[in-house]
Ligand binder design. Structure first.
Ligand code: GAP
Length: 461
């Protein structure tokens, strides 16, 4: 997998484990890679499914008033004009005149402790950059020779449906949120929801990131889990506080270390935002945004009303008031969440005098729940019994594997490395008394359990 200069030791180990065991592969790897893209391998797909499942449950199953949608990646170009992305969704690009590496000016300034915001104008950031030029050097070649800072649009363009000059420019969506705003009225009109209600969606988003980096943290093709909560202006501040509380509590369900999560308020609010807080996680490369919980006022619906000409106001039959609902947004990337889970779970320890790598996933997140082993692969009765146990567990749990490769110690190590909470070994005693050895990933403790009681012995939630 391509190495990034910025990766810490721990990140290097995580990246290497991800490839070795089939969590994540570099996109287009056999062609030398395609920057900013990664492919989920077999274990990555399971982990991904668990993350999305838990998030979906927290939105759709735990609330009566949150609808799920799945909107198109491609939309009318006007959507992105209305949202402000066409004119104002950019990152400050600066190019090293010596080695021609493309860099983010705000990231360079961050290295020397100068805060520059992505919301600053080209003029403002050039001023700050020029004031600090003498202190800034290229992280690749070390030279202090940069060109001017220019704002580069993050929107990825497409030619889908564009056949002649003058056809409206088409974009791949830069966030899933806009698919929700443009469907807000459809959902309201369907008759099952009324203010306040939320709309949640999981889907791909695309951004022309200047320097995709830190593995899954900043990709060009990534996935978002977003929820927009439509609420009356008077109820919005209370709803905002409730959503902040709920979103932080969500990370308990994933078993994430509380000490590595914190709130960070935005210092420079975009003009329409009423308040904006991020949940940050302490990644191996430092504290960074995991999820945004933002109070966006009526900006989004007002913009789409203005650009589309469609009335997006809501009439409250009880209060006889008409208003454009305010929006509370919770927005998190699947990829960032998975990177957090990997970093949080990654541990090196010693068990029975042997060093091991173990992913201490919370069982509900573990990509494989149970591994079943016959003690010896050349004893047909053991293999047959082990297959029987395996098939029974697989029918119930799905994410169960059978492994008869190498000695038991090696098989344990392999499962520890992918975070499998339980290993079940079928041995000669099994044939006599119908019990198996159940081994716990974290403690290494082994106990004899009757096959008929195996399922109830597993703590998987
Ligand atoms: N609708 C609001 C919105 O899109 P954002 O802060 O640009 O806000 C929300 O993105 C979340 O999406 C981030 O907190 C992060 O988890 C994820 N995200 C954003 N850009 C990403 C990227 N290039 N790669 C991976 N995840 C990204």
């Amino acid at each position: 997998m391509a190495k990034e200069k910025t990766l810490s030791d721990k990140m290097e180990k995580i990246v290497s484990l991800c490839k070795r065991r089939g969590f994540v592969f570099q996109g287009s790897e056999i062609y030398g890679g395609f920057a900013g893209t990664y492919d989920w391998g077999p274990l990555g797909v399971n982990l991904h499914r668990n993350v999305v499942g838990e998030w979906t449950k927290s939105m759709n199953m735990d609330h009566e008033n949150i609808a799920m949608i799945d909107s198109s990646i491609f939309t009318a170009g006007k959507v992105w004009e209305a949202s402000g992305h066409v004119s104002g969704f950019s990152d400050p690009l600066v190019i090293c005149n010596n080695c021609h590496t493309k860099l983010r000016a705000d990231h360079l300034l961050e290295i020397i402790g100068v805060v520059a915001d992505e919301k600053m104008s080209e003029l403002q950031i050039n001023k700050i950059f020029d004031d600090n030029r003498t202190k800034l050097h290229c992280p690749v070649c070390g030279k202090k020779d940069f060109g001017k800072v220019t704002a580069k649009s993050l929107l990825a363009t497409s030619t889908l449906g564009m056949f002649e000059e003058g056809d409206e420019q088409v974009y791949l969506r830069g966030e899933t949120a806009q698919g929700i705003f443009i469907n807000y009225k459809n959902i309201l009109d369907s008759g099952f929801y009324s203010i306040p209600f939320g709309v949640a969606q999981v889907g791909k988003a695309f951004r022309n990131e200047i320097s995709p980096r830190q593995f899954l943290f900043r990709k060009r093709e990534f996935e978002q889990m977003e929820m927009q909560y439509f609420v009356s202006p008077k109820d919005a501040p209370v709803a905002y506080e409730e959503w902040k509380k709920e979103r932080m509590a969500f990370y308990d369900r994933l078993g994430v270390d509380k000490n590595k999560l914190r709130w960070k308020q935005h210092e420079n609010l975009v003009f329409y935002a009423k308040d904006a807080w991020d949940i940050q996680y302490e990644y191996p490369f430092g504290w960074n945004e995991l999820e945004g919980v933002h109070y966006r006022g009526d900006y989004d619906l007002s913009q789409h009303q203005k650009f589309s000409g469609v009335d997006l106001s809501f009439f409250d039959e009880e209060t006889k008031e008409r208003y454009i609902p305010h929006v509370i947004e919770t927005s998190v990337g699947v990829d960032r969440m998975i990177l957090m889970l990997l970093a949080d779970a990654y541990t090196e320890d010693e068990m029975n005098g042997e060093k091991r790598i173990v992913l201490r996933f919370s069982p509900n997140m573990a990509p494989i729940k149970v591994a079943v082993f016959p003690l010896l692969k050349n004893k047909p009765q053991l293999v047959e019994k082990a297959r029987e146990v395996f098939v029974t567990l697989k029918k119930e749990l799905g994410a169960v594997v059978f492994d008869d490769n190498g000695n038991i110690g090696k098989r344990y190590r392999r499962q520890d490395e992918i975070g499998t909470p339980y290993c079940v070994t079928i041995d000669f005693d099994t044939l006599e008394d119908g019990t198996v050895t159940l081994r716990d990933r974290d403690t290494g403790k082994q106990e004899r359990v009757e096959i008929s009681k195996l399922l109830e012995s597993l703590k998987l939630n």
